[in-house]
Design a binder for this molecule. Structure first.
Ligand SMILES: [Zn+2]
Length: 330
């Protein structure tokens, strides 16, 4: 919200210069020497790279998490169709994620694994050095809508919220998070989470393989189904208490307690558990009160850019304020 105000202010200064030379000169003569120096270095620095308004607009979007940019990822991932583990569409999703990460300067590795004759691929990206913090999500979608009416259960889940919302939040974080200092930040996109309870598959197969990599992690935060327009994220029973409380405390400080409700409601099997079982503090952010869960109605119109922005902003603030502390306190 601060950016448009700054932009308006600077543009009004620029407006002075074009409309009235006398007004501009008087305004300038009233500035102290220090301010004059600062102003001229700022203008010179910005002129070197781009027109004034463009620089300010990009400064605006560079630092803040943008819900609308995240929602563009939801739309794209929806446009390639459902992408369960092992599908052709999943290759396209993987290319898209990998390219988005590389464009934003992340070191990317694609880790193949095989389970029951199907090849899955985890995507892991990192920036920074030192002990690790991992933000994770699953990027596969569920191959069947087992909560549809019986005659429609063969349809795949489009996964706008279940799969694509978490992926979108992590991709937008990849754009707006700066390189961490003193620790390594991992962004993980797990395959084969959502084939669970189908043909004998468990949930979180990809996350299990990723948890075996010994990445030297101090904390893991998983996001899943975080785009519901009616956002209500309750604490989750299998999550680490201290880690959960540090996230909810930060949400409260940001005035977001309406969306991050400080009560435990569900106990959920998800991608945080393989890491928790290895003794790594792990937490899950999920809005499990989603009527379209595992149905063919899990489409982008049920997902809200505002909800993505709320979750992304809390995660960004957590990484910036708590990330280093968590790696130090191990
Ligand atoms: Zn699911």
């Amino acid at each position: 919200m601060r950016c448009p105000i700054i932009l308006g202010h600077i543009l009004s200064i620029a407006g002075h210069s074009s409309h009235s030379q006398i007004g501009w000169k008087r305004w300038l003569s009233e500035l102290s020497l220090t301010w004059k120096g600062l102003l001229f270095s700022l203008i010179l620095a910005m002129r070197r790279v781009a027109p004034l308004s463009l620089v300010l607009l990009s400064a605006c979007s560079t630092h803040a998490f943008s819900g609308s940019k995240a929602f563009n990822h939801v739309r794209y991932l929806h446009s390639i169709g459902p992408h369960p583990v092992g599908s052709r569409a999943q290759e396209q999703a993987r290319d898209y994620i990998t390219q988005s990460l590389q464009t934003n300067g992340w070191q990317v590795q694609v880790n193949p694994f095989s389970y029951r004759g199907i090849q899955g691929f985890n995507i892991l990206a990192f920036k920074g050095d030192g002990p690790g913090i991992l933000l994770g999500t699953h990027y596969d979608t569920r191959p069947v809508s087992d909560r549809n009416p019986p005659h429609l259960q063969h349809m795949p889940v489009p996964g706008a919220n279940d799969g694509n919302s978490g992926t979108a939040v992590l991709l937008e974080l990849a754009r707006c998070l700066k390189e961490p200092e003193g620790f390594r930040l991992w962004l993980a996109f797990f395959d084969a989470e959502d084939r669970g309870n189908i043909e004998g598959w468990p949930f979180s197969v990809g996350a299990y393989f990723a948890s075996q990599l010994n990445l030297d992690l101090a904390a893991v935060i998983v996001v899943d189904m975080v785009g519901d327009a009616n956002l209500e994220i309750y604490q989750e029973a299998n999550s680490d208490r201290a880690l959960t409380e540090s996230i909810w405390r930060l949400a409260q400080e940001l005035g977001l307690s309406k969306y991050f409700i400080p009560q435990v409601k569900y106990s959920i099997i998800d991608d945080h558990l393989p890491f928790a079982s290895r003794g790594i503090p792990s937490a899950l952010l999920i809005d499990f009160d989603y009527p379209y869960w595992h149905t063919s109605n899990d489409t982008p119109d049920k997902v809200s850019p505002k909800s993505l922005e709320i979750v992304g902003s809390v995660l960004k603030a957590w990484v910036e304020k708590e990330g280093k502390r968590w790696t130090e306190k191990r």
